[in-house]
Design a protein around this ligand. Structure first.
Ligand SMILES: [Fe+2]
Length: 141
């Protein structure tokens, strides 16, 4: 089952790279958001940065447990600098949608290896990404 594991490790590393990117993006936006919406969005972006770090930690440990080497570089999709909250929400939405689709694909790879703990951990992260997608959409009016 080596090939199954290799594909899974690869895809977990894709997710980890997205979490590393999301962490930096949200921390950047928390510091840069301007205007009245800063009051609510700065704390929200900080929370998302922390969540990305926590998700990344779960994924990193899973890669190690499977015998792989976790990536340390973030996903190459550029982080667009802005101080405008609506542009930030747009970038946040596309990041969360991307993350959700990566985790969805990981669930399909975890299923055949019969590791219930890993499946549950990834499913929880997947559901958290879906919740983020929903809440960001609601903020976009
Ligand atoms: Fe995440």
């Amino acid at each position: 089952m080596k090939t199954t594991n290799d594909a899974l490790i690869h895809q977990l590393n894709v997710a980890l790279a997205w979490e590393l990117r999301a962490m930096t993006m949200y921390a950047h936006y928390a510091a840069n958001v301007r205007g009245i919406h800063r009051l609510q969005l700065a704390p929200m972006f900080s929370t998302e940065a922390t969540e990305s770090m926590e998700h990344g930690d779960v994924v990193r440990r899973a890669v190690v447990k499977l015998g792989g080497v976790p990536v340390t570089d973030r996903a190459t999709e550029p982080i667009v600098h802005t101080t405008a909250y609506d542009a930030m929400l747009q970038h946040a939405l596309s990041t969360e949608e991307q993350a959700a689709s990566v985790y969805r694909s990981i669930l399909d790879l975890v299923e055949p290896i019969d590791d219930k703990d890993l499946y549950d951990a990834i499913e929880q992260i997947y559901l958290a990404e879906l919740r983020s997608v929903d809440s960001i959409r609601m903020l976009m009016a």
